[in-house]
Design a protein around this ligand. Structure first.
Ligand SMILES: Nc1ncnc2c1ncn2[C@@H]1O[C@H](COP(=O)(O)OP(=O)(O)OP(=O)(O)O)[C@@H](O)[C@H]1O
Length: 305
């Protein structure tokens, strides 16, 4: 993957009277990656994406998309987006809706079959839009975004309101888009979703960017959970093991950062020290846990006098 930036945002701010919807946000999205823009409701995701697409003007800050300013006609021709829900004619078929959009956008209808295929709607393209499930409607929205054969695809909450099967299909579709070399930015407040499909994520909270990193970095290493007694002997024993990187206590359990290959040695050391070992297991941190940790920390900083 090339490190070339497709989107570069520096100190972007958007104010509405007394509300600062986006507060000095900086982020960059690289060519070919699936980037997850994460945050709770009202965090400023849609506002940022609208500035990116040139739909609204920033109050201050710098923003370049595909090397140019947002809203530039040459740039818009290379971006496909689905923002704030797709709007289609209910009485027309999915295919006819795409034909209307293609005519309006001047892209010609040559790509309609291909895009219906990409979003898995080829067999239902002739059916009326009103007969589609929510998942199919959302996928038709993605098809509309793909008509221009865009380099950059921007999807605002693409899995919103979908049932588990609809989410799975949308996830697979987004991953396929990423694998085909397009750059994808999607916003979501559903962390489990993002964890499965994104290469990197940016977390925004109350208008401010909190962290930007790969999903792996954000989750960190897995931890070793230990339940054993007596606590003082357990702690003294673990403190002597040089390969244990850190020890913390959570909900009465010890959680260790330690390379997986040392798991057996940790258990042996405890048993040799005469400790009563009740449980040793590995857990992967979920993005959900990390997200709540980060946003809670941010909120407590914001509340501080
Ligand atoms: N046109 C507007 N006028 C005034 N305030 C606005 C306007 N648009 C957005 N806001 C405010 O800016 C903040 C960020 O809103 P935004 O829609 O960007 O959040 P979001 O992260 O997309 O949330 P959601 O997940 O709920 O869509 C909110 O407090 C919202 O009320």
């Amino acid at each position: 993957m090339s490190a070339e930036a497709v989107v570069e945002i520096r100190d972007l701010t958007k104010r509405y009277d007394t509300v600062t919807a986006v507060d000095q946000v900086s982020l960059s999205v690289r060519r070919g990656e699936v980037y997850g823009f994460l945050g709770p409701n009202g965090a400023g995701k849609t506002t940022t994406l609208r500035m990116l697409l040139g739909l609204i003007r920033a109050t201050s800050g710098d923003l370049t998309v595909l090397g140019r300013r947002p809203g530039d006609a040459g740039v818009l021709a290379r971006i496909g987006s689905m923002i704030e829900g797709p709007a289609f004619y209910p009485f027309l078929s999915g295919r006819a809706n795409l034909e209307v959009i293609a005519r309006y956008a001047g892209t010609g209808s040559a790509r309609i079959d291909e895009t219906l295929e990409t979003v898995d709607l080829a067999s239902r393209g002739g059916d009326k839009f009103s007969t589609y499930s929510l998942g199919m409607k959302q996928r038709l929205g993605v098809a509309a975004a793909l008509l221009k054969d865009p380099d950059l695809v921007v999807l605002d909450e693409p899995t919103n309101g979908l049932d588990p099967a609809g989410m799975r299909d949308m996830r697979a579709l987004i991953r396929r888009l990423g694998d085909s070399g397009r750059t994808v930015i999607l916003s979501s407040h559903m962390l489990g979703e993002v964890q499965q499909i994104c290469d990197r994520v940016g977390v925004i909270n109350a208008g401010r960017m909190v962290v930007e990193s790969t999903v792996e970095e954000l989750r960190g290493d897995s931890e070793l959970v230990i339940r054993a007694t007596p606590a003082d002997v357990v702690r003294a024993t673990l403190d002597q093991l040089a390969y244990v990187q850190s020890i913390r206590t959570l909900d009465g359990e010890l959680r260790l950062r330690v390379d997986e290959r040392h798991t057996g040695e940790v258990t042996r050391a405890l048993v040799l020290a005469g400790v009563d070992v009740r449980e040793v297991r590995r857990i992967d941190r979920q993005l959900e846990d990390v997200f709540f940790e980060i946003t809670a920390k941010e909120l407590s900083h914001a509340d501080a006098p």
